[in-house]
Design a protein around this ligand. Structure first.
Ligand code: SF4
Length: 320
């Protein structure tokens, strides 16, 4: 059997703990990012970028998203959000504003999940203004810890990001939510929780999410903090009148199969490493056998890894 694959821009919907059934838009080639977070589920960023530029162009993005929406509609699957959540940083795409505008015409709320690093650039906030929901990353507001956890490109300054976040919070008309990934022994101390919560309170988000690394991280040293630490952080947030939710479990729900299970799995695992039980469930629903996964593993388009006693599958790109 010949394995044919192509780079699909739209994937899913996948079950998202924040966004319901989220049809993902991977508007960035692997892995263009301004950070190399120690917990990144896509591995280390080998080539960090901060210059915004054209990647696929708005027409290609719209065409792929429209086709995926039609395929999902034909299967009768619900879609809650169209979400720009690539295997990199979505705001590096200089066409993001136009792309948001175009896919919004498909009739679904549009979300963007950003690492916030380029918010010092006015063009980025302007592009995000067309979205219905923006999720911003705030792992730490302490320079030393920020560098340790997010490992930013050398030209990015934390102060610019914090100012950009404040400006966005003041001007954005949609729903702003924050996401803070807690890593044991790195950004989970009481002092860190207080500083981060104080800053996030100033952003007045609709919800402040606390997450933990539930998928295989870039660095083996990354660990999930103990429950009592997570609870202590939640208390720091809620005592400041923040609406806070902790996402510490896996997502539940189906990964949508749109009739081409191999490319569905490759597109999803480019961005979200999948647990083996989710992959098995999708393969079974498609009527294919597990040999198909073995073949993709053999040709090197997929890789398997274990984390916390669970097997995960992640897309593998030869160029990385
Ligand atoms: S977690 Fe997101 S922001 Fe951090 S390196 Fe990975 S893709 Fe970039």
């Amino acid at each position: 059997m010949i394995i044919m694959t192509y780079e699909r821009i739209a994937y899913g919907p996948v079950p998202s703990r924040r966004l319901g059934r989220s049809l993902g838009i991977n508007n960035i080639p692997p892995k263009f990012c301004s950070y190399s977070c120690i917990y990144c589920q896509l591995g280390r960023t080998k080539d960090m970028r901060i210059e915004r530029r054209r990647f696929y162009g708005p027409e290609r993005i719209f065409h792929d998203v429209e086709a995926q929406v039609m395929a999902v509609n034909e299967m009768g699957g619900p879609i809650d959000h169209l979400t720009f959540v690539p295997d990199g940083e979505p705001t590096l795409d200089i066409d993001l504003g136009r792309e948001i505008e175009m896919v919004r015409d498909l009739g679904y709320p549009v979300a963007v999940i950003t690492n916030s690093s380029l918010l010092g650039d006015e063009g980025v906030s302007e592009d995000l203004s067309g979205a219905d929901l923006v999720s911003v990353k705030v792992d730490s507001v302490d320079e030393g810890i920020w560098k340790k956890v997010n490992r930013p490109h050398g030209s990015i300054g934390l102060k610019d990001i914090m100012d950009g976040l404040m400006d966005l919070s003041g001007s954005f008309k949609g729903s702003l939510i924050t996401e803070t990934m807690l890593v044991k022994g790195v950004n989970d101390s009481k002092e860190q929780a207080v500083k981060t919560a104080e800053f996030i309170r100033g952003l007045d988000p609709k919800m402040a999410y606390i997450t933990v690394p539930i998928r295989p991280p870039a660095e083996d040293s990354v660990e999930v903090p103990p429950d009592e630490t997570i609870l202590r952080v939640i208390r720091e947030y809620s005592s400041r009148k923040l609406r806070v939710a902790a996402l510490t479990d896996r997502e539940f729900g189906d990964f949508t199969y749109t009739g081409d299970v191999k490319n569905d799995i490759l597109a999803i695992t480019s961005v979200h490493p999948m647990r083996e039980d989710s992959v098995r469930e999708m393969v079974e629903r498609s009527g294919e056998g597990w040999e198909m996964i073995d073949e993709i593993l053999d040709v090197g388009s997929l890789t398997m890894m274990e984390y916390q006693g669970v097997r995960f599958y992640r897309r593998k790109f030869n160029s990385k």
